[in-house]
Unconditional design. Structure first.
Length: 469
């Protein structure tokens, strides 16, 4: 049994754990730091580019955990899983019996896919790490029909990236990609992938006083490695069943009632709440994540309603000197009006940077303030081949019924939505190469009254940046 003594301890080698190590390497390189990671490959952020002060795009790369020693001279890596955290005596115990005595610890154990009907069949797949993608690729190569359940990031990416297989996409909303966009943007995406050659590219600009009800109008119209990163689905592009048919059917406003294994041409029968049944080779359950608090404690910390470790604005749990960051966390502070939690790379990175600063401040006995990045929700991603930037309350989240939406859309080129309340910008969806990120960031953060500008704010013939220079 090995024993280590350290000031700083980090648990988990995902983006949160590694960012915490990297930040501590800058803040306190002369102190000892131990990372306990269940996987020898860890995630590192690379190619960071700033679209605005808080709008950051980056790549994520798998790297050997040992490479972290280059950035932190006093780092010790324990390749094992945390089994028990004794927070009174400040000892972390791993599966193989290693004891790490720490002063401050940061728990970054991530999340696990939350599957529908997970006990019933091995053919219900969740996507989280490299191993689960390999299994998915095998099923894709040999399958003829899959059912995709869920309407968030993973489902949208799978629908876009897979070919040569029939896809039945089962969603409980009445428009696609509801986690990230609104019905209008969903229509923009669908028109792009349905009718590439037959689109009138005229720009349409309109203002509409929306209520929340309007925004849902039918369009008819056991963790072993870290979560994947932004470009994971590119691996799927070369995985095809050459003899398979390419076909997509979207079934709106239904849920899965049951999934039964059958012994017929297809191995599964999926029954839906609308009475329909679909036979398929496998199901992808892209139905969200749950926090992975997969170890025991001497005393239970406060948890959020989703089971995540509740943390304050300094990323500290209800147990002193126990910090947490990333998907395992529930943000339990009074958030700023334009920020909310979504389990994303960006937030794992931001929370881990904050946790590292707080841990360092505790050790050196300094005061600290919450980082500026928590002032504004930002997410930069790619959906259906388009750059998508989401800012603030981009879907009117929590604004009640009293807000306006200003839209500008040019089919196949861009979709821009401003969410305004009392004439002030509260959020925005920017799809395509709009170049509006910085202006929107400033307008939301400064809460400038935009009523004098009317619809000119989004008039394509006017350079709106000039107004605010
Ligand atoms: C398919 C997919 C695509 C995604 N795409 C995007 C995207 O495009 N943009 C975006 O912003 N976000 C994306 N996300 C979300 C993003 O990956 C997560 O929000 C982020 O990875 C969370 O990082 P984390 O470090 O908190 O957790 P994880 O990445 O899950 O890392 C947790 C780490 O802890 C380790 N661990 C767990 N338990 C223990 C234990 N007991 N002891 C020791 N180690 C342990 C694990 O091995 C792992 O290394 C995607 C997620 C998935 C699944
Ligand atoms: N490009 C990006 O930024 C990407 C980000 N990610 C992140 O990775 C994580 C995992 O992605 P994903 O699994 O897509 O999770 P998301 O949280 O993005 O989406 C989950 C979806 O599943 C739906 N859902 C939940 N339970 C059920 C159920 N029982 N039946 C039917 N639908 C259900 C949710 O609906 P409802 O909202 O109604 O609960 C929601 O539409 C998320 O944190 C996500 O943000 C993943 C891929 C890409």
């Amino acid at each position: 049994m090995s024993k280590f003594k350290t000031k700083y301890l980090v648990i988990g080698g995902g983006i949160a754990g590694v960012t915490c190590v990297e930040t501590l390497a800058i803040l306190h390189p002369e102190e000892n730091l131990v990372i306990v990671t269940a996987s020898s490959l860890v995630k590192r952020v690379t190619n960071v580019s700033f679209y605005a002060k808080t709008v950051v795009k980056f790549d994520v790369a798998d790297t050997e955990a040992s490479s972290l020693m280059k950035i932190h001279p006093n780092l010790k890596i324990v390749y094992d899983s945390l089994k028990f955290l004794d927070t009174k005596n400040k000892i972390a115990l791993t599966d193989d019996g290693t004891e790490v005595h720490y002063e401050v610890v940061c728990v970054c154990t991530g999340g696990l896919p939350k599957l529908i009907d997970s006990n019933k069949s091995k053919r219900i797949l969740g996507i989280r790490d490299t191993e689960s993608v390999k299994e998915f690729q095998e099923r894709l190569t040999n399958g003829n029909r899959m059912v995709i359940v869920g309407n968030g990031g993973i489902a949208s990416e799978i629908v876009h990236a897979t070919t040569g297989i029939q896809k039945v996409w089962v969603i409980r909303d009445d428009y696609i990609s509801a986690t990230f966009v609104d019905p209008g943007a969903a229509e923009f995406f669908q028109n792009s992938f349905k009718n590439k050659s037959n689109v009138n590219n005229q720009t349409v600009l309109k203002r509409h006083v929306f209520t929340e009800e309007d925004t849902v109008v039918s369009l008819n119209k056991d963790i072993k490695s870290a979560a994947l990163g932004p470009d994971w689905y590119k691996k799927l592009e070369n995985t095809k069943n050459e003899s398979g048919e390419q076909e997509l059917e979207i079934i709106y406003k239904v849920e899965v009632e049951s999934v039964v294994e059958i012994n017929e041409e297809y191995a599964l029968e999926v029954k839906l709440t609308n009475g329909r049944s679909i036979k398929c080779d496998f199901v992808v359950s892209a139905t969200g994540v749950e926090p992975a608090v997969n170890f025991a404690w001497d005393r239970e910390p406060k948890r959020g309603p989703d089971g995540g470790l509740a943390v304050n604005e300094f990323q500290e749990t209800s147990i002193k000197d126990v910090f947490a960051a990333g998907d395992v966390v529930f943000a339990d502070w009074q958030t700023s009006p334009h920020w909310f939690q979504l389990r994303l790379w960006t937030q794992a990175r931001q929370m881990a940077g904050m946790a590292a600063k707080s841990m360092h401040a505790r050790i050196v006995n300094e005061d600290i303030w919450q980082d500026f990045c928590f002032e504004l929700f930002t997410h930069c991603t790619t959906l259906f081949g388009y750059r998508v930037v989401l800012l603030g309350k981009y879907n009117g989240q929590g604004l009640g019924r009293d807000y306006e939406i200003l839209l500008r859309t040019t089919p196949q080129k861009e979709y821009i939505k401003f969410v305004l309340q009392n004439g002030r910008l509260q959020g925005a969806i920017l799809i395509g190469e709009t170049d509006l990120e910085e202006m929107c960031e400033n307008l939301i953060l400064d809460q400038i009254d935009l009523s004098p500008f009317g619809d000119d704010i989004l008039n394509p013939d006017i350079d709106i940046d000039d107004y605010f220079d």
